[in-house]
Design a protein around this ligand. Structure first.
Ligand SMILES: *Cc1c(COP(=O)(O)O)cnc(C)c1O
Length: 404
């Protein structure tokens, strides 16, 4: 038993807010809410995974690959055909030209993040993250022994305040971790914000790591990768994944791209984390990345409609909603419903409205009082489930209207 006060497991769990008062890792809010949904029969809008099948061309290609015997270790950097498809995709959608040694296939975006941060952070380094944040960022930074410097995003629009960012980035900053489109707020960084980040990275000799797994789920304007902005590519490691875009989050095929020398360093860690993974899924993801533009446009249109359905129903229920420009989630303030604490609200919502969500506070430090009453709802669900949830939320609004 490693009970050292500075044990890596303790550092990671504490950074992600998952260390219980007894010093043992506490269950995640997702596990708790998923169990609550199961127990109460409430609709689960807590966890961000799609419940619809991915494109049949893609899933059939994986089945074919297994039948064809693509079941052994793939090459260390990934299947050459997938690497070629990633390069084609980056050129087609973003105008970025990549060569083979500038791309590394990983076990999802999560391993790309792990290998990138473990390769680039030294103990004591500072890493700037936008808060609220995806929980893996702070856990991985803590594993690397780095100091997290949060830049607060505030509602209702969760825009990046460039003055705040300028204060956070110093000569101690090793990595600026960007996530746009942003989980969980659905905010998209404006090109001026991307350029400001690049200027700061140059001024303070920092590396930019960007998580772009929602790059195709933008509902207002197309995604602009920071590596495509002037001066961006040379200091950026860009991370994306097949999970969200092809609705195959269980496949865990991701990739990281950037300057060859940096990819080399990431590779040195990656090969001892998983070595390789998901051999038959790799040719299937290559098929997906080469789908015609109509697929990607259709995805955006379908998800925009899902967003609008949920945002409309949450508003009718009485929440103050921040309509997201991208991603899988809508943030809703429960205070107008008389629920000032989201952690209490999510435990009452199954009884009140038959839906389950998660408190936004799970993605931030406990001192973020401004996020206390905000609840995160996922809309990456089938139309049938969303219609059902929307009906229940509207009923809640109607009940409240009639008792006022
Ligand atoms: C889902 C998600 C990931 C993880 O992606 P995988 O490919 O499943 O590892 C990483 N970052 C963000 C912001 C996500 O929402």
């Amino acid at each position: 038993m490693n009970d050292a006060p500075d044990a890596p497991w303790r550092r990671a769990a504490a950074a992600a807010g998952l260390l219980g008062p007894d010093g043992a890792p506490a269950p995640t809010i997702f596990a708790e809410m998923t169990a609550l949904a199961r127990r109460t029969g409430a609709l689960n809008l807590g966890q961000g995974f799609p419940d619809e099948p991915g494109p049949p061309e893609v899933t059939e290609a994986a089945i074919r690959a297994i039948r064809d015997g693509v079941n052994q270790y793939s090459p260390g950097r990934g299947e050459p055909d997938l690497i070629a498809a990633i390069a084609e995709h980056q050129r087609r959608f973003h105008g970025i030209s990549l060569e083979d040694p500038q791309i590394l296939v990983t076990a999802g975006a999560t391993e790309a993040l792990a290998a990138t941060l473990l390769s680039q952070l030294n103990p004591g380094d500072e890493i700037v993250v936008l808060e609220p944040y995806y929980d893996a960022y702070v856990a991985l930074a803590a594993l690397a022994g780095a100091q997290i410097v949060p830049v607060e995003l505030h509602g209702p629009d969760y825009r990046l305040d460039l003055e705040r960012l300028r204060t956070a980035v110093t000569d101690r900053t090793a990595v600026i971790l960007v996530n746009s489109p942003h989980n969980p707020t659905g905010a998209v960084l404006a090109p001026e914000a991307l350029d400001a980040i690049i200027a700061l990275a140059h001024r303070h000799d920092a590396l930019i790591v960007t998580d772009e797994v929602y790059e195709h789920l933008t509902y207002e304007a197309p995604h602009v990768p920071i590596a495509a902005r002037p001066g961006g590519f040379e200091r950026t490691l860009s991370i994306s994944s097949a999970g969200k875009v092809f609705s195959v989050t269980g496949w865990k095929i991701g990739w990281v791209s950037g300057p060859a020398a940096l990819i080399e360093q990431v590779m040195a860690i990656k090969q001892y984390l998983t070595f390789v993974s998901g051999a038959p899924f790799q040719p299937a993801v290559a098929v997906g990345l080469r789908l015609p533009d109509a697929f990607f446009e259709g995805l955006r249109t379908r998800y925009r409609a899902k967003r609008d359905l949920l945002v409309g129903a949450l508003t009718e229920a009485g929440f103050a909603v921040s309509p997201p420009a991208a991603g899988y989630f809508a943030l809703a303030d429960a205070a107008p419903l008389g629920l000032a604490d989201a952690r209490t609200a999510v435990r009452e919502l199954p009884g009140m409205a038959g839906v389950v969500a998660v408190p936004l506070g799970a993605f931030a430090r406990p001192e973020r009082e401004d996020l206390r009453s905000i609840v995160r709802f996922a809309f990456c669900k089938s139309d049938a489930l969303l219609e059902d949830a929307a009906g229940r939320l509207r009923d809640l609004g109607a009940q409240r209207g009639s008792t006022r």
